[in-house]
Design a protein around this ligand. Sequence first.
Ligand SMILES: [Zn+2]
Length: 457
Amino acid sequence: MEERLREAVAQSHADYTEARWEEVTRSRVAFQRDQLMALESGEEAGGIVRCLVRGAWGIAVFTDPAELPRKIAEATHLARTASGHVKDPVALAPVQPVEARYEGAMKRDFRGVPLDEKRRLAEGYNKLILGFSPQIASSSVRYTDAWRKVVYANSEGTFVEQGIPDVTVMVAAVARKNGDIQQGFESVGYAAGFEVAQGREEDALTAARRAVDLLSAKPVQGGTYTVILDPDLAGVFIHEAFGHICEADFLLKNEPMRKVMQLGTRFGVESLNVVDDGYRPGERGNVPYDDEGVPWTKAYLIKNGALTGLMHSRATAHKMRAEPTGNARAVSWEHEPIVRMRNTYIEPGTATLDEMLHGIERGLYACSAFGGQTMFEQFTFSAAYGHEIVRGKIGPMVRDVVLTGNVFHTLQNIEMIGKDFVLEGSAGGCGKGGQWPLPTTTGAPHVRVRNVTVGGR
Ligand SMILES: [Zn+2]
């Protein structure tokens, strides 16, 4: 495949040509209640070419490697046709061509693990949840793995071959009492081997225990609180509410937001640092080379409280006169790369959790995320659960914790940053532009924020 790709892009008549070929092996196990819902494994392969002619892209996908030269001709023709009508010509920021090979490490290669062993593992977690309490009404356990081999070449001489492992486990429990229904879940996801899926019994029990505990938790009283976000929720917040608006392709389409997102603008306290980091071996957001063959960067979005950078593809970097950051990613061979996050996190500060709790007369400890919505700078997040903070101590569990606010106000209101940093590799993934689920990782320490609007559901 390597020679085929190198030769084909070298012979292209377009101004710029790239070709990416992917081979994916995956398997999946799913249980719901006592039912095995999925037990499957499969393989697929395909490729995509992008050709640039006078500022216009032409794109073609293919599944037969022998078609590659014909597909490049086709994409070149499409680009040439489009170039007559292009209002906003594309140009690529320059990068040094690279030749690289990278393979993610696995202690136990999941491709060699029998599907039945994966089933037994998931079934074991499922039984733990169902057997936890008579109040458990339902369960869901999902195991997935995927090995993605990506071969990439472009007409500037870049050639990259990568092998990327991905393993996720999600465990969820539903508890019921007198018509009240509550849920608990835990998930993990890593660019690693089968070993990270094993030994998750505690996660299964935690999910079940939380669902049952939430049955007797009080709904949170709505109001404005000083809130401590746990690392999981703080990580989701920084990805969803802030990360997405630091994606340069979004800003290029949104002028009002572009004016707000001027480099140098102060967004928070001096100790606030936010990073999108391309190189974190073992994490799902590990992207040593992006899908334009650009090497990883550690891109500071916020440094010492001020906006210092955005995330770029080569095209957005050219438009905004910035350096490419290695953030051009495609979820699969059927898609072109767009600007996406990798490992996005708030860097640790200096406070202990006790120091952060100190001085809060009545506050809220908000933990883990059920999910959220963002609309430009407005966000709404549902915490999976919370605890009251009473006179500097973590108090009883509360439920229906929904946090709403404006991302810029919230960043300004961050008053303490913990030193207990956690990267949360979770299942699922990021969605954008019809490309989902893209493996990413979020992370943060505990973060204390004043004046957070908390509503009951
Ligand atoms: Zn996202």
